[in-house]
Design a protein around this ligand. Structure first.
Ligand SMILES: Cc1cc2nc3c(=O)[nH]c(=O)nc-3n(C[C@H](O)[C@H](O)[C@H](O)COP(=O)(O)OP(=O)(O)OC[C@H]3O[C@@H](n4cnc5c(N)ncnc54)[C@H](O)[C@@H]3O)c2cc1C
Length: 465
């Protein structure tokens, strides 16, 4: 039997994939209540303390949609039937002149308020006959002694002990895995994490007539020490989120105020029309310390533990601005399913743990490292902006130049979006000489220039006046 810990999207996707292959799967969830079917009740009433990012709009990457359609039949249809918006992430860009190619369907994805996605995934899991035990907390691990490293044989829960052939930790960003492992004698997981991160200051709206305003600016815009994230969602709802550095206390204090928040959004060209919606939450909601964190439970030479794997956020956190959480999590679950297929189970636990570690790094290591690099450079750019200086790291100048090129060159736009959405072939597209030459030209033209948008002084002035 496989025990999956956590019945949010990551755990439900994993359980669905494994159950389809005939595995006997039980999912344990600490929170007591499954989601209501009605998306409005899910948004306003569902108590779900285990998912701190529940009352948010989520936009998974296009690669998530492709994998979900390929491996989880019916799930995307259930989400769209419930109201999730299917959208194309190159369609609104001015560089495209409004023309889509037939193969631009690869840039399709979905967006919705998170409870809607949770509710659809739960119904898919229930329809597949998966056992989900709500209100059961995972409290500890059972382990067999005598091997080179502890071998997990089950879990301790608030409802008693359970044996398992494999335990899959899908308990997300608050996973207590390192503490649970120490209790069974694992000397300490190899964990790396960012020291600094971002704060989201978000508000949620519903358009007055149920249709979303036209796309007047990109989904993510970054100006100096502030970014703006716009995500369209189901039933005419959408979110606008300002992004600052968590250690930027000046902005943190100012952006709590609705008027200052609104003034900050207005500084982004084209964003004003998105302020005409009716707020569907009170005040400005903040979520701080959003950064990266990764745990390595498996060394190529020697796994630290066997009989247990960590999937999705329980394995690695990435900053939400790049929107990779759900895509990486589903990819990770597919890696686990494929390895179980290939090895016909987990009969050789050390070999299985090492193979899963290698497959994780091969499949997801690069995507994770890219987000670490994004986080470091973007924080450094924000620091530099505050000091009135341009940020001139060559990698960042190239990334920024590609972003600008993508606004006017359809091939560059597709290549940039394919890379951002973790689509196959993106790196070859980015290496096209027409793109690399144009990027090099733009880099040399932009040296020494401050990024577009208000200076720090203008920003603070707009927020305080
Ligand atoms: C501000 C923000 C915005 C984001 N936006 C996006 C986006 O637009 N697109 C995207 O792809 N990703 C986004 N993400 C990332 C995404 O939310 C995560 O990748 C995703 O939630 C991971 O799902 P999960 O199921 O692995 O973990 P979680 O959603 O964290 O769920 C963990 C589950 O485990 C349960 N649990 C915890 N402890 C226990 C226990 N001891 N016993 C039993 N159950 C337990 C919890 O109750 C919960 O149900 C965002 C994240 C944040 C913070």
């Amino acid at each position: 039997m496989i025990v999956v810990l956590g019945a949010a999207l990551g755990g439900l996707q994993t359980a669905l994939l494994l159950a389809q292959d005939g595995h006997d799967v039980t999912v344990l969830e600490r929170d007591p209540q499954p989601p209501p079917t009605d998306p409005e009740a899910g948004w306003s009433q569902w108590e779900r303390p285990g998912i701190p990012q529940l009352r948010l709009v989520h936009l998974p990457l296009a690669s998530w949609l492709q994998r979900a359609e390929a491996h989880l039949p019916g799930l995307v249809e259930m989400m769209t039937a419930a109201g999730a918006v299917r959208m194309n992430v190159v369609a609104p860009e001015p560089g495209l002149g409004g023309r889509l190619h037939p193969d631009d369907a690869r840039f399709d994805t979905l967006a919705a308020r998170r409870p809607l996605l949770e509710s659809a995934a739960l119904h898919a899991a229930e329809a597949a006959g998966i056992r989900i035990r709500w209100g059961v907390s995972w409290l500890g691990l059972r382990a067999a002694e005598g091997g080179r490293v502890p071998h997990v044989t089950g879990v301790e829960t608030s409802a008693g002990g359970m044996s398992a052939d494999l335990v899959v930790d899908c308990t997300g960003r608050r996973s207590r895995l390192p503490a649970r492992l120490r209790e069974i004698g694992v000397p300490g997981t190899l964990e790396e994490s960012g020291e600094r991160g971002f704060t989201y200051h978000s508000r949620y709206f519903r358009s007055p007539d149920g249709t979303l305003p036209a796309d007047t600016f990109p989904l993510v815009v970054e100006h100096g020490s502030l970014g703006l994230l716009r995500i369209p969602a189901d039933h005419g709802t959408y979110s606008l989120g300002l992004i600052s550095r968590t250690d930027d206390h000046e902005l943190r204090d100012l952006l709590r105020d609705e008027d200052a928040w609104t003034a900050a959004v207005r500084l982004f060209p084209g964003a004003g029309v998105w302020l005409t919606g009716r707020p569907i939450t009170d005040g400005v909601q903040t979520m701080a310390r959003l950064t990266h964190r990764r745990r390595t439970l498996y060394d190529v030479e020697q796994p630290l533990v066997t009989g247990l794997v960590a999937i999705g956020d329980a394995w690695a956190l990435t900053v939400p601005t790049v929107g990779r959480g759900l895509a990486m999590s589903l990819h990770h679950s597919v890696i686990l399913r494929d390895l179980l297929r290939e090895r016909a189970g987990t009969d050789d636990p050390p070999e299985f743990a090492a193979a899963f570690g290698r497959a994780t790094d091969d499949g997801l290591g690069r995507a994770y490292r890219q987000t670490v690099s994004y986080t470091r450079h973007r924080l450094a750019e924000m620091d530099a902006h505050e000091a009135g200086l341009p940020y001139e790291h060559p990698d960042w100048l190239r990334a920024r130049a590609l972003g600008r090129l993508a606004q006017r060159d359809p091939d560059a736009l597709r290549a940039e979006r394919a890379a951002a959405h973790l689509l196959p072939g993106a790196h070859e597209e980015l290496r096209a000489p027409s793109i690399t030459d144009a990027v090099a030209r733009l880099v040399s033209e932009s040296k020494g220039l401050m990024p577009p948008g208000p200076s720090r002084a203008e920003l603070l002035d707009a927020l305080t006046s």
